[in-house]
Design a protein around this ligand. Sequence first.
Ligand code: NAD
Length: 289
Amino acid sequence: DKKVVLITGCSSGIGLSLAVRLASDPNKEYKVYATMRNLAKKERLLECVKGLHRDTMDILQMDVTGQQSILDARDRVVEKRVDILVCNAGVGLMGPLEAQSLDSMRQILDVNLLGTIQTIQAFLPGMKAQGQGRILVTGSTGGLHGLPFNELYCASKFAVEGACESMAVLLQHFNIHVSLIECGPVNTDFLVNLQKAELGDSSLKQVDPHTLSLYEKYLQHCGSVFQNAAQDTEEIVKVFLDAIQSPCPAFRYFTSGDIPPLTKLKITEPDGLTYIGAMSKIIFSDEEQ
Ligand code: NAD
């Protein structure tokens, strides 16, 4: 029997690549439900999968912020079970904190945090009844250490860590494995799709000049990190496959292979100041500390 996989956020990026890889598996081991908020965006996925998906992929509408939408997608799974749930949908929000509206802050928590949790809630009873399951979540190094001008994004991803770790402790009693795939920068539409304050925006008019000059530096840093150090989605997909194929998957996978040095500082230097100093130096190096 094929393993039934349901993935959120498949219209682009990591979700799309993972759906394509699993749906075109040479051994046809998987039946993929590639879900997306807006079905009008399904062409890219269909082009990438190049017709190799006849019995291995269905595309379903699913907005992770809508409970009914999640339940409707679940009810359209023909096999009436999901073996592997991949919570991948997510958005970014970048800019000086004092310029962010309550609405945009709520929105990112809604998608990244409550969206992930609501999705898991909907599939949990089925997995418990089946006596087995895998829950994979696209995590971020920004869920393990803070990043300036990304307070809400990091808050949402830190919160996902807490929710997943809490679940993992319980769910091992049900033969359900939870794994976080921790990504650094990845070449996707993420930077295009995220809500970002641009330097000339009216929302930044009230922000003080020192913050704005640091923000400008941050944006340059971010641009060069994505240009020089971003991984391709294929590399991320390999790590997902490792987790999926492992008989006893780890709770946390780092897509760079090992725990990144900055993330490690958080564990080795628990007072936090070493991390804060190191990150500040990397981003704002020519600013007096
Ligand atoms: P992306 O923008 O290409 O993909 C995100 C997907 O989520 C999009 O297809 C988008 O339509 C979908 N989405 C947004 N809101 C949704 C909703 N309400 N319901 C359903 N789908 C929704 O970017 P990506 O890099 O592929 O992002 C995938 C995941 O990876 C996200 O959770 C992101 O936080 C995480 N991540 C990305 C990076 C990176 O550098 N790209 C780094 C670390 C973690």
